[in-house]
Design a binder for this molecule. Structure first.
Ligand SMILES: Nc1ncnc2c1ncn2[C@@H]1O[C@H](COP(=O)(O)OS(=O)(=O)O)[C@@H](OP(=O)(O)O)[C@H]1O
Length: 454
């Protein structure tokens, strides 16, 4: 048997299979529809409905009020307005990021690989942060909105960053000018630099155990973004230390799941040569879930050529029912400096996973599990790295509501109540479609800990 060997990993917590949810038995037999005026489309042999609603007469609130049926859940409508605004603003952010990524790819054959101060990913980061902050503040009132995000406005305010600030202000205004097409209301006149800086500077929450705050990762998966590959826009709402809703925008998520692996970039580039028609849905989605609903939903990205009839659609997503390790696919980060590939290889072997790992950039790995395209996601950061809550919150709630399980390597739930970081994390993060696979992995990790202590 291949030994589990990862010298940098020390597992301290004994096996506790805590908080695992046995909700994976709920099999969807039919798709639900949303709204009242819909057309039928198909995706992976399932039919679903696209609601073509668009109302120019919006109220003073940036959310168009007649579109609250975006959520088809019959359950209590807690956080429903928050979720609607969050889904829409993440759609806007995806559109913004797509523009930046397209220009990045077309302008250079040797993409930027770091997040230096003037890199396109930095521009996208700031612009998404400003846009999301502005829309949330307009929707719920500045005083009621607290946002935790990484961007620090000081860097953008200094004199030598004026070119960067100009680029950000332009992108933000271009994006907000299209707000009505996403069912939101933009500003009456373009924002100035000070408005943009103010919107960014409002994202100064440090999280914590009480109160309500949004956790935003504007462009998660820097490497994927600059390489023209997978990245995600992640927005979650956390209240009293619990994630209550999550939205993951995945602009490059391929509906042919085989193309998800970074190895298949070539196929994705080829697919770009054939632009999608209004009826096709070849890539890009926004996935979202609300705590306690027992449901997670996916809608296609908004397409520019459908400006006056936004396809306000959603289909339910559910984790895979595969619980046989030999048939299961596991995801992990592409870059081995972000997660030990040798450790996961040993773990995979001892658990009986037989397929090659699916290496995917960013929180798109959470989306893959929620959609049932893979069964396991494991991340084992090197010693000393502290995971940030914004890099996981949206994914965790989506997985849980889609029927999956997320814990640390000791089997404990992730704790979002301790501030910016996932404090007390027992090294790895384990995401599984079902409790059975999860139990096997946690047991194997525990065995490795025991044998390394012999
Ligand atoms: N050293 C180290 N170890 C572990 N994790 C780290 C580390 N450094 C950063 N990060 C965080 O992980 C995010 C990248 O993780 P991914 O799963 O996307 O990795 S990979 O790009 O596929 O290799 C990365 O997201 P981005 O900063 O958006 O790229 C960080 O949130």
């Amino acid at each position: 048997m291949m030994p589990l060997n990862c010298s940098s990993l020390v597992f301290r917590v004994p096996y506790i299979l805590a908080q695992t949810r046995l909700t994976n038995t709920k099999k969807l037999t039919s798709t639900s529809c949303v709204g009242s005026c819909f057309t039928t489309h198909s995706y992976q042999n399932k039919s679903f409905h696209i609601v073509s609603q668009f109302n120019q007469n919006y109220s003073s609130s940036p959310v168009m009020e007649d579109q609250t049926n975006l959520l088809s859940s019959p359950r209590p409508e807690n956080y429903s307005k928050e979720l609607i605004v969050a889904v829409r603003v993440v759609q806007m952010a995806c559109s913004l990021c797509q523009k930046v990524q397209d220009s990045l790819i077309s302008k250079t054959n040797s993409p930027v690989h770091s997040k230096d101060d003037n890199s396109p990913v930095t521009v996208a980061d700031w612009s998404v942060q400003a846009t999301v902050s502005w829309i949330l503040s307009e929707s719920f009132g500045c005083r009621n909105v607290s946002i935790l995000a990484e961007g620090d406005v000081q860097r953008l305010s200094v004199a030598d960053a004026s070119g960067l600030l100009d680029a950000v202000v332009k992108l933000v205004n271009d994006c907000l000018a299209e707000a009505t097409y996403f069912g939101l209301k933009g500003p009456d006149s373009p924002l100035g630099s000070s408005d943009v800086l103010e919107a960014i500077s409002r994202c100064n929450s440090t999280g914590g155990p009480t109160g309500k705050f949004w956790a935003l990762d504007p462009v998660d998966g820097t490497l994927g973004f600059v390489r023209g590959d997978q990245y995600a826009v992640a927005l979650a709402l956390i209240e009293d230390g619990e994630v209550v809703l999550g939205v993951l925008g995945c602009p490059n998520y391929p509906m042919k799941k085989e193309w998800l692996s970074y190895h298949h970039r070539y196929h994705r580039i080829i697919s770009k040569l054939t632009p999608p028609t209004s009826e096709s849905w070849d890539k890009g989605c926004v996935i979202y879930a609300r705590k306690g609903s027992g449901e997670a939903w996916m809608q296609p990205l908004h397409h520019k050529n459908k400006l006056l009839a936004w396809p306000n659609s959603a289909i339910p997503v559910r984790v895979s029912l595969i619980d046989n390790p030999a048939l299961a696919t596991f995801c992990e980060p592409v870059d081995k400096s972000n997660s030990s590939h040798s450790f996961t290889a040993g773990l995979a072997h001892s658990v009986g996973l037989r397929k090659q790992p699916l290496r995917v950039y960013s929180m798109v790995k959470y989306a893959a599990i929620a959609r049932g395209d893979a069964e396991i996601f494991m991340k084992f950061a090197r010693t000393g790295y502290k995971e940030k809550i914004g890099d996981h919150a949206a994914g965790v709630i989506i997985i849980q509501e889609a029927g999956g399980v997320v814990t640390d390597a000791g089997g404990s739930p992730l704790d979002f109540s301790k501030g910016i970081f996932l404090e007390g994390l027992d090294r790895g993060i384990i995401v599984c479609a079902g409790a059975k696979l999860h139990e096997k992995i946690i047991r194997a990790i525990d065995d490795s800990w025991n044998s390394s202590n012999l």
